[in-house]
Each structure stands twice: as C-alpha cells, then as structure tokens.
Design a protein around this ligand. Sequence first.
Ligand code: C2O
Ligand code: CU
Ligand code: CU
Length: 491
Amino acid sequence: MKSLHIYFALMITLLAISLAGCGKEEVVTNVGKLEFEQPLNIPPLLEATMESDGSKHFTLTMQTGRTEFLPGKMADTSGINGTYLGPTIRAARGDKVSFDVVNDLGEQSTLHWHGMKLPAVMDGGPHQMIDAGKTWSPHWTIDQPSATVWYHPHLHGKTAEHVYRGLAGMFIIDDEDSKKLPSNYGIDDIPLIVQDKLFTDDGKFLEDDEGIFGTLGDEILINGTYDPYLKVTASQVRFRLLNGSNARAYHFGFNDGKTFKLVANDAGLLQEPVTMDRIMLSPGERAEIVVEFEPGEEAILHSFNGHAGIDSGEFDLLKIIAAPELAESAPIDGQLSTVPEIEAPENARVRQFKLTMENKINDKYMDMYRIDEVVPAGATEIWEINNFGHSHNFHIHNAAFRVLSVNDKEPPEYERGRKDTVFIPNGSNVKIVVEFGNYADPHYPLMYHCHLLRHEDDGMMGQFLLVEPGTESEVPTTLPKKENKDGHDGH
Ligand code: C2O
Ligand code: CU
Ligand code: CU
C-alpha cells in the first residue's frame, strides 16, 4: 500500500513538472472562489397587451444604467426594460406578436430575434437599424416548433459591445409538445443565461478585444447574477441553457457527474430525451435539459475545461439546492417532438463555406451591400462548412438545421437535434441539412455568420436572400446604397 502511495505521489509530481515544463498556460478558473450567496435572478416574464387584431403586443425599451454584480461595486451596463439583460418573452406557436422596440441607448442599435422564422424585414439584423430615440415595430405570426430562442442587438461592427454590456433576453416558444415538459416559469422551468465577464478592480466591465476570439472572461454571470444559488421545489426541473457569451464555449455538467436529460437543442425538442452528463454550447447555442433532484440534494452546475481555445477554463456556475420536500413531477420519457426530423431531399442543393485564418467566409468579409447567396424560400439544402482557421461556430438566420456529420462522423450526441447554431472545430468539416423559412423577400437579406461576436463584427458574415422559388437568377446581388448622413443604410 505504502509503496503505491509513494508511486502516485511521484507520478503527480512528474506530471506537474511536465505541465509546467511545456509552458502550458494556467487554466482560468473560479473554482474555490465562490460562496453561492446570491439568489439567482430570474428575468421577469414580460406581460403582453392584447391588440384588437388578436395579437400580443410587447414593449421593449433598450436603455443604459448601472448594475451591481460584485458586492458593493457598480458597473455601467445596458439592459432592456431594466439595467442589465431583458425580460423573458413567452408566446405559443400560432400567436400573432407585435413589438415596440424603443431605443433609449443614445446611439444606434438593432434587435434581432435569434432562432425565429419570420419575414426578413422583421429579423432585426444589421439592415433594421433603430436610430437613437426611435422606435421599431416588428410583427409576425409565430410559426415554428417550440424552442428557446433569444433576442440581442445585431448592428454591424458593434454587436460584441452591445451584447457584452447586457443587451440580450430569452424568448420562449410553446406548443403542444413542449407541454409534456415542466413549464412553470421560475419554478420548474428556469432560464439560465450564461455569460463570462472580465471585471476591473472596481467592479466595472472590461472589454478585451485583443485576443483572437475577442473577450474571454474569468468570472461568470448567470442571468446577470454573480455567485448564484437557486432553490428548487420540484423533483424534475427544466433548465433552458443559453450561451449568451461573446466568445466562450462551455462544457456543462455537474461536479459530481450527476446526469441529466437533454430534451431540446437550439431550434426545438428532440424526438426523445437522451440521458447524458456533458453538453457543449458555443456562443448563441441553447439547450434544454431536465434534471432530477432528491429532497435536500445540493448540486453544482459546472463548466469543464476544453481544448478549443474558447472553452479553456474551469468554472463553477450555479449551486442548486433542492427543498427538503419536493413536488413530484410526471416522468419524462417517450416521444417529445412530433415534428419530423429535417431530411435532405435527394437532389438537395449543396453549398460550400470555407472559414479561413483571417476570419473570412469564402475569402470575403461581410459587405452590407453584397448578396452572397440566393436561396429559394422554403428550400432544404445541404451546407458544408470547412474550417481552415481558429475555432468558430456557424449560425443561420431564419432557418433550422440538423447536423449530418462532423468530419464524416456522426455529430456528438448533444448536437443531433434541431439547431440554428453549431460549433465548428478548427480543421473540421461540418455538414448540415438546412430548412429555410418560407417568407420570400428579394430586398432584405438575412445573415449567416460566426457567432463569436468579435469575429462577426470584424466581418465573418455573409448575406443571403430568400426569394420566390424560380426567381433566384432574377434578383440583383448588390443592394442599392441609400446613403444618409452617417453613411449607414437607412432602412
Ligand atoms: Cu444571434 Cu445573427 O445572431
Ligand atoms: Cu440569429
Ligand atoms: Cu469565429
């Protein structure tokens, strides 16, 4: 026994020396630093007013403010209807929704509905600029399966800054299928918006855009709460994980290896729940998991270290404390989604996208006036992404997709459902089958891009039009420049 101990001690010493020897960077971590003393903030559900045409109307005001994250210290922040982040919007498939998005930021911005299928002019991308002091009023009918989608600014060149300061929120879509899962908001249906931050000594946000990925923080906020804990009162709790970070990817799991059921990817429910203990989410991705608790149990949600650059770090995220008595919830198994999986038709059009070391897509940076792809509305296509550069991911507006393969192998188990954003490891080939929205519009483009916000701002983005099938070759591939005084497109 004793010699074994000595042997292990020796091995560990050698390992430590070899790690130090090859100059391995120290892994960023907050482990051991937290007390889990702040009750987790749950963004309020935004109340709708009913319009005469039957639509649900919401008002979102983008504003600036000051927020306390580190105890006793104030940071300058932005928020929607508050000083940091925004309220949760909840609506059902079939609902008509309308918004007044009021820009009180004192500068231009936009508000994009990430994951939503809607007319391009309602998308809130870089072409739907909202000037300071102005109100933008998009409206559409929700016509897609239940999902956890989200909203955030998307003005070209400034998305990283605006999101980092706090402009983001969750948008929950319900349907008949999603009712099979815990749905009591704030009780057994909990949003978790995960963001990493760098703080100055006096508790202000620090943006450090010098690195290859943009800002990677060493502290974590969940729903804007630093050092959070959450008390739960139900035996099964659905968590809606949203990676709202600028660049960081997380490998979510529990400290003690506790398992959970993955029930949804970005764009909808899985066919059936899958039990696992780890799931990776890169920026912009979402997942819904259902976690089972024993009375009195304590669990720490954690992010494990990875080797893709954007995921290097070891973080405790949230302490979850189960009440001594828990409300029993119905078991979760069997069929979840009744929506068929996205399948490629036999003659599906294949498009190639090459990500390069300079953070370009197909050797180009984004140009607001150039159309890169023209896609027939409602089409299902295969998009093939080859990454010759750093770690990136890929998001497509107004679309849902399924990952067919990563380097010709089945994708990891946690990314086999409906998605709209996917991690693209460096050196990899990722094939996805994409189902596009049905709204044709030859004038307003939609975006595909890397969702590492620094890369996106630097132009790692392309524009596509969704057009009436058969008119692909008729639409112009440059957009008219409508110069106004500050050189921006005045749409
Ligand atoms: Cu989450 Cu083009 O955006
Ligand atoms: Cu989007
Ligand atoms: Cu990127």
